[in-house]
Design a protein around this ligand. Structure first.
Ligand code: FAD
Length: 452
């Protein structure tokens, strides 16, 4: 009898390509946005369907390996050694149902594709600051974007998903699900990749064709005036406005607008839906002389102009926390940590509005009750990359007196399972752990956010 090696059985079971280390195509397949980490997977399955994902999960189980998933690599925080990595980039189907204002997407879709497909219908998705981020990774972590105060988290608008669980089953689960599937419908919307691999996601779009927004960017010398003014002004805004303020150390990159290259600046980000945006923004525009002011009436397709996130791969280090309040002392603490900081960005986002409201069908989104979200990014390059993790940890520690009870999972960065678990209330954390232990008792899934 001819021996059938496990890899042969996998090759027979999947339609997509399978790559081992050293194979042509392996390096391209594992490459993602965050080049500080490069998955060192034992095998990569270029999945083309739910059946491919299920075959990869079954193969991993049969060979005693763990399973990881990657769409874009924006959320990479570790090397995923010796895993079977499911690469979802080929699962790129986007379908729009304009009548019911719904989108259905495959696991590998980025927000940019949904924005483009929805725009001709006067509709928009609840994407985040960068449309290059993947829909599924973002949404399973809640998903907090530039319209969040008006419409809430992306996860609040999910209607259905298909998921492959550790037993290799393909489950189609919608908002009416009960029992174990109902538990999964709650947990996956906010609990990140601890429960399985989502292969398809269906969610509501919102009737937004355009917005009044962009960024007002001031020189770094105005950081104190801008942050203190923003702190007092932001909580007075209506839900139609979503805003954040970011202290940025920008590289001398020729792709940046000339006035910003190689400078420390403070960016005030602003998205307003409906009329009256210019009047609301006027006091902040007057705080100092801006270097740049891009705020205008824009089509929704220009939404990336609000945050101007980098799009090229970079070695990033993220860390964040949530605040219950932003007092003058909190702002001074942030400013003190920004002086000569190795961090590329310290951003504070105003929460509240629809973010704070639970959706009709409850979900596991964390951080809903916080007043502000803090997100730091450092680049692990240059002469002293080791200073970055220490600087972000020091800021988060210094902000502890004003910390909210929970936090936002998408902004956590590298964190211990216990720190991840602490983002939720004791009851929600216990429920998430019970569901994970039921559907994946052997912890088959290796994710960047390990729930403890
Ligand atoms: C430049 C930048 C801007 C960002 N802006 C925002 C923002 O505005 N708001 C916000 O909320 N977040 C934001 N994030 C965080 C981002 O949402 C998370 O990092 C998210 O996990 C990225 O998902 P991905 O699929 O693009 O990345 P990947 O690295 O491919 O995936 C990251 C993780 O997502 C999970 N995941 C991915 N695909 C699946 C799947 N098919 N099934 C189950 N789990 C899956 C897994 O846990 C995986 O480890 C930003 C990140 C970056 C780098």
């Amino acid at each position: 009898m001819t021996a059938v090696y496990p890899t042969d059985s996998l090759l027979l079971a999947v339609q997509g390509p399978v790559f081992a280390p050293g194979d042509a195509g392996y390096a391209e397949e594992v490459a993602g946005f965050n080049v500080a980490h490069r998955p060192a997977a034992a095998l990569v399955v270029g999945a083309t369907s739910s059946a491919d994902v299920a075959a990869a999960v079954r193969y991993a189980r049969a060979t005693g390996k763990r399973v990881a998933v990657q769409a874009t690599g924006h959320g990479l925080t570790e090397e995923l050694f010796d895993t079977v990595l499911v690469s979802t980039r080929r699962m790129d189907r986007v379908s729009i149902d304009p009548l019911n204002r719904r989108a259905t997407v495959g696991a590998g879709v980025r927000w940019s594709a949904v924005i483009e497909a929805a725009a001709p219908h006067g509709l928009a998705p609840l994407n985040g600051s960068s449309s290059h981020v993947g829909v599924v990774g973002y949404t399973t972590g809640g998903g907090l974007g530039p319209m969040a105060r008006r419409y809430g988290f992306a996860a609040d608008h999910v209607r259905r998903f298909t998921i492959v669980t550790a037993d290799g089953r393909v489950r189609d689960i919608d908002e009416n699900a009960t029992g174990e599937d109902g538990d999964l419908f709650w947990a996956v919307r906010g609990g990140k990749g601890n429960f399985g691999i989502v292969t398809e996601l269906e969610f509501d779009l919102v009737p937004v064709a355009g917005f009044f927004g962009g960024a007002v960017i001031f020189p770094g010398e105005a950081a104190g005036a801008v942050l203190h003014a923003w702190r007092a002004w932001a909580p007075t805004l209506p839900e139609e406005t979503t805003t954040s303020v970011a202290l940025l150390n920008l590289p001398p990159d020729p792709r940046l607008p000339e006035p910003l290259r190689g400078r420390s600046v403070v960016a005030q980000r602003f998205t307003h839906l409906g009329a009256g945006g210019a009047d609301l923004l006027a006091p902040m525009r007057a705080v100092a002389e801006p270097l740049m002011d891009t705020v205008a009436d824009l089509p929704y397709a220009a939404i990336d102009a609000v945050h101007m996130d980098p799009t090229d791969p970079m070695p990033g280090w993220d860390r964040g926390c949530a605040l219950a309040e932003l007092t003058a002392e909190t702002a001074d603490t942030v400013l003190a940590h920004a002086v000569d900081s190795p961090l590329a960005m310290i951003e504070i986002r105003l929460l509240g509005g629809a973010i704070a409201r639970r959706p009709e069908v409850p979900n596991a989104v964390s951080g809903r009750d916080a007043a502000f979200g803090v997100f730091t990014v450092g680049v692990l390059a240059g002469p002293q990359p080791h200073l970055v993790p220490a600087a972000s940890a020091a800021l988060v520690e210094a902000l502890r007196p004003w910390a909210a009870a929970g936090g936002l999972v998408n902004f956590l960065g590298q964190a211990s399972p216990d720190r991840v678990g602490s983002l939720w209330s004791a009851a929600d954390r216990a429920r998430l752990r019970t569901i994970a232990a039921t559907v994946d008792p052997d912890r088959t899934f290796a994710t960047n956010v390990v729930l403890g």
